[in-house]
Design a binder for this molecule. Structure first.
Ligand code: S3P
Length: 442
């Protein structure tokens, strides 16, 4: 991969990471709140909403279907939903930018609407597999066409009345699960979804929180078509996936002492904490509480020596977005770390296993590829380098952590891609590590 976009970020090791940080709102929860608010009857309000490119792309798509959505301030969204049948046929192709969650969840909704719509996205999204949602939706009776037999966007959807199905998903994917649950909500009768291991359960929790009946029994979910969703108010917790970069930075940079406030600690999201604990890390969790059906807490972390570990199986879906930054922790741990059963990373914004392999090698890390994982040999220090974000927000932020922990300076290409999930990332980094990042023009 070459460089994508303008500018490079220089990251310099400025010493410990210190202070207190509040993270932006959770991306997954914000998407779901916008979708359900758009389908509800009346005025819903989302507090703590993430206002990043991906979430704005979800809001933009619903605006294009006639739903008024206002950013009241930098963390409050107001949605005037027109009900389950209130969406209007969009006059234009819906461009969903970089957001896989938006495309997969929206496909589930739009397959049930009695109009035609076309979904596309940027070069990365247009290369991501959609068969995982298109195939089950087709078995519900949906008409969806796309490149590669319907696997690749653009997707053209002729919405229709669907049939309820019992779907056994081959992949532990919250996007697949949620697309089917949303389609099921808009379909008469009982739709069921079973997944092989638990993926993030924000859709289920939000259904509960806004009064949509859903039956959960282990990995098995049942939802019935509903006539109406009442308008609601939700508070979105801080994004654990955003906290992860600072958590690892504080662990691996000597002398660090950091508190992360109001972070969502949904058990289906915090596999990284377990992985880090198995490397010897102690992270204090305090002020535990439930906000809009989601567990929230403060995390306190100090720098600590880590040792290698193995992550595999059911832990992987619970830390799927954190593997890039986990790999940075592994690179600085004593001994070897093995990541297995992580083939899903090849279907993310980019092939993240390939991206981690190539970019961490530039820092001097010895790392071996596996078809579904990586073997990372830890070392006492990293060497600053020129590296490539691959245009992937989580790669850019993980590389920033590596750069902060390395000797010498590091330059990262296309740093503005962080705006998919964390527009303020570079400023926040400088907040806890003054002078850590400087934008270089090219
Ligand atoms: C997400 C689910 C995950 C995750 C993505 C957000 C969601 O993908 O990687 O960043 O909000 O449902 P999969 O469910 O496809 O693994």
């Amino acid at each position: 991969m070459g460089t994508h976009g303008v500018g490079r970020m220089r990251v310099v090791p400025v010493g410990p990471v210190k202070g207190e940080l509040t993270l932006p709102g959770d991306k997954s929860i914000t998407h779901r709140a916008i979708i359900l608010g758009s389908l509800a009857d009346g005025v819903s309000e989302i507090r703590g909403a993430l206002q990043s490119d991906d979430c704005r792309d979800t809001a933009k798509a619903f605006r294009a279907m006639g739903v008024p959505i206002d950013e009241l301030d930098d963390e409050r969204l107001q949605i005037r939903g027109g009900g389950l049948r209130g969406l209007k046929e969009p006059a234009e192709v819906l461009d969903l930018g970089n957001s896989g969650t938006t495309m997969r969840l929206l496909t589930g909704v739009l397959a049930t609407q009695r109009f035609f719509s076309v979904l596309t996205g940027d070069q990365y999204l247009r290369a991501r597999p959609m068969a995982r949602v298109v195939l089950p939706l087709r078995s519900m009776g949906a008409t969806i066409l796309g490149r590669d037999g319907g696997n690749l966007p653009p997707l053209a959807i002729q919405g229709a009345r669907l049939r309820a199905i019992d779907y056994v998903s081959p992949v532990a994917s919250a996007q697949v699960k949620s697309a089917i649950l949303l389609a099921g909500l808009l379909t008469e009768g009982e739709t069921t979804v079973t997944e092989p291991s638990l993926s993030r359960d924000h859709t289920e929790r939000m259904f509960d929180a806004v009064g949509i009946p859903i039956d959960r029994n282990g990995l098995h979910l049942r939802v019935n078509g509903v006539k109406q969703i009442a308008a609601f108010q939700v508070i979105v917790p801080g994004d654990f996936s955003a906290a992860a970069f600072f958590l690892v930075a504080a662990l691996v940079i000597p002398g660090s002492d950091l508190t992360l406030c109001d972070v969502g600690i949904n058990p289906t999201r915090i596999g990284l904490l377990e992985a880090l604990q198995s490397m010897g890390a102690a992270i204090e969790i305090s002020r535990n509480r439930i906000v809009s059906g989601e567990p929230v807490a403060d995390l306190h972390v100090r720098s600590q020596a880590l040792h290698g570990t193995e992550v595999a199986g059911a832990l992987i879906p619970r830390m799927v977005d954190e593997i890039p930054v986990f790999a940075v922790a592994a690179a600085l741990a004593a001994g070897t770390t093995t990541i297995r059963n992580a083939g899903e990373l090849r279907a993310k914004e980019v092939d993240r296993l390939a991206a981690i392999l190539q970019e961490l090698r530039r820092f001097g890390v010895q790392i071996e590829p596996r078809p579904d994982g990586l073997i990372i040999h830890g070392r006492p220090s990293l060497t600053g380098c020129h590296c490539d974000s691959w245009g992937d927000h989580r790669m850019a932020m993980a590389l920033a952590v590596a750069g902060l922990a390395a000797e010498g300076s590091t330059e990262i290409s296309y740093p503005s891609c962080v705006s998919s999930s964390f527009p303020d990332f570079w400023a926040r980094l400088n907040g806890v590590a003054p002078g850590a990042s400087v934008l270089l023009e090219v």
